[in-house]
Design a protein around this ligand. Structure first.
Ligand SMILES: [Zn+2]
Length: 300
């Protein structure tokens, strides 16, 4: 359990495992408007706020490791992007965004999340300035990971609360039916363009060295996976057959059925982009590459 001052009036919080999923790094801004950015799944999080006021919760997106304790702050204003609000408010829409029914999620996956819907009192939109007193946060709509994913930028100090544009070695995650690879690419490019000095990542914490280089490397993971998909599809494969190549997760943990599910959804989302670009064709439930993978260059 960590509640630690970083700089100015920004504090970093995690309830475990260095913020690695399903844990999260959340942030507390002790300004005129006392603000939390994201709440984790672990209910022990609220213990930090027994004697600390909270006026506002900003959710970067609807995922359970970013909104899990929202319901434990019933009096607090919660704001999120309209495209993620339905999934924050309803188990059913949450499940649809994940694609649980559509992709036959293994039974019990919902209980694994152990997630409660939350009240949402207000929206955020790209370009909004949220004035907390001394810190002004600019909302950057950065969809792809989820439709309503947002980052928050403190322009004056060039500090970006980057949510799940998180710079982990895994790379960008797009394992929801509601995810989108093209949007993910555009959003990371948007962050590269802004070129923040400091990134406060939901799963890596504070990053203040080689930020741009790390963002480019992170984005590159998408193209590495893309090349592997095109290679695997030099022979026609069904989605299930392609899933067993473990291109996205590389190694599957336990339970395997959960990894199979997320691998499959990620590949389906990625194939939508490749079909649109004309790099892959689909016939009788089989996908086949239309380019020689070795000739493939990113952004083709
Ligand atoms: Zn997420």
């Amino acid at each position: 359990m960590i509640f630690q001052h970083l700089f100015d009036n920004i504090h970093i919080i995690t309830t475990g495992n260095n913020g690695q999923f399903p844990y999260t790094y959340c942030f507390y801004i002790d300004d005129h408007i006392k603000t939390i950015i994201d709440t984790p799944l672990d209910a022990r999080f609220v213990d930090f706020f027994a004697d600390r006021p909270v006026d506002l919760i900003l959710n970067t997106h609807f995922h359970p490791d970013h909104s899990g304790c929202n319901y434990l702050f019933p009096q607090t204003t919660i704001r999120a992007h309209p495209q993620d609000i339905p999934a924050l408010q309803s188990h059913e829409i949450f499940a649809d965004f994940y694609g649980f029914k559509k992709f036959n999620a293994p039974p019990g996956i919902m209980s694994w999340f152990n997630w409660q819907p939350s009240h949402v009192s207000g929206t955020i939109a790209d370009g909004d300035i949220i004035d907390l007193g001394t810190i002004q946060l600019e909302v950057l709509h950065t969809p792809g990971h989820t439709p309503g994913h947002c980052c928050f930028y403190w322009r004056e100090k060039e500090v970006l609360f980057s949510g799940d544009i998180d710079l982990t070695a895994f790379g960008p995650w797009y394992g929801n039916d509601a995810s989108d690879v093209d949007q993910t690419i555009a959003s990371i490019e948007k962050v590269i363009e802004i070129n923040p000095k400091v990134i406060l990542s939901s799963h890596k914490g504070m990053i203040d060295t080689n930020v741009k280089k790390r963002l480019i490397k992170y984005l590159d993971r998408i193209y590495t996976s893309e090349k592997k998909i095109l290679q695997a599809l030099s022979n026609p494969l069904t989605l299930d057959e392609l899933t067993r190549h473990k291109i996205i997760y590389t190694r599957w943990g336990k339970p395997e059925s959960t990894f199979f599910f997320f691998e499959k959804v990620s590949l389906d989302v990625h194939l939508r982009r490749l079909l649109k670009l004309g790099l892959v064709k689909e016939s009788s439930d089989k996908y086949q590459s239309l380019v020689i993978a070795n000739d493939y260059r990113q952004g083709l």
